[in-house]
Design a protein around this ligand. Sequence first.
Ligand SMILES: Cc1ncc(COP(=O)(O)O)c(C=O)c1O
Length: 411
Amino acid sequence: MSDIFDKYGDVIARHDQLLETGPDPFAVCLEEVYSPTEAKVNGRHTILAGTNNYLGITFDPDCVEAAANAIRRHGTGTTGSRIANGTYTEHRRLELELASFMACRSAMVFPTGYQANLGMLVGLAGPRDVMLIDADSHSSIYDGARLSGATVVRFRHNDPADLERRLRRLEGEGECRLIVVEGIYSMLGDRAPVADFVELKRKYGAYLLVDEAHSLGVLGETGRGAAEAEGVADEVDFYVGTFSKSLGSVGGFGASNHPKFESLRYCSRPYMYTASSAPSNVASVLTTLRQIREDPSRRQRLWRNAQAIYDRLSEQGFEICAPMSPIIAVRLPDVETAYYAWSRLLEAGVYVNLAVPPGTPHGECLLRCSVSAAHSDDQIGEICQRFGLVARDLQAKAPAPEPRLVAQASD
Ligand SMILES: Cc1ncc(COP(=O)(O)O)c(C=O)c1O
């Protein structure tokens, strides 16, 4: 009998090879967390520059208090699904707040952002429909698309012209067309041209879903995301969002103005057949949403910090994959160089994400930094200074006679 893990042979071999030279990049443990931007890692005080804690909200005293109160009042978990015993008054309140925040008729809360995509895509599209998804979509979009049974068509990343070619070819095929894009892409940090996609969905009678996971609380005048920033928020048919980034908790949501949207509560299996979010998560998100609405200062600080890191890393010669955003992805030529740089940064007390194939678009090897409003000027200085040391290291290791810090884009 063959080993059931044989199918992972290559992946396991590559992982083992990596571990011969240093720490496991996929098993980093935060031994203690001191603040949104600091933790103990491998026994060392470390600056966190690879979380999705964009607004630095996780230790906000009001959010902590709201979560602790909710546990005391409602317990640690709901032990049931939304369609059984898992809907509490707070789930309903949060859905009303989210709908109002997104200026939509209704919103539905899911236990994670991953599941929000699954629930929305599986609920909205079926075997007679066509789903057109951006090639760089998050895995939850790919998985939801597959699970829906719809015909899935990938279009070139952030390329409305390619999408239009495919929409034209599809004329007369399938019942409904659902276009799926993200506001800010999680790996490279680039933004979708949402207004162009809105124009196409109107022209071809399609629906548009925007996953604002990384843009919620980050883009737009009131923090609704990329569609708001482009002035087309009201034209988007469906939104997905997550609580695990700017909102500093765990969970996700879908929102829409469609009059039949609420029917997903009894038509979408990923919504129905899983336990609902813990009361503490719901309570902290309710508090965070209010703060984001009332006070844009965290968003402003986030962008100021992002600009500072972007400028300093660019000056040091690092190649950054996209225009400035709170996700700053530094491109390195290969897995070995990226892993070496990542390990050196961690040894020096700075944690960023190592992102390598197959988890990256076009086989990119990246050091993915994500910026927080909670990073102090000193921390930003330290992050950039440590990157500078790594840049020098890489230059010293580069082959003579013309050392290059980074390779050209591989795509
Ligand atoms: C675009 C996008 N959608 C959905 C998710 C899933 O969100 P969560 O981690 O909250 O489940 C992520 C997570 O990184 C994401 O980047």
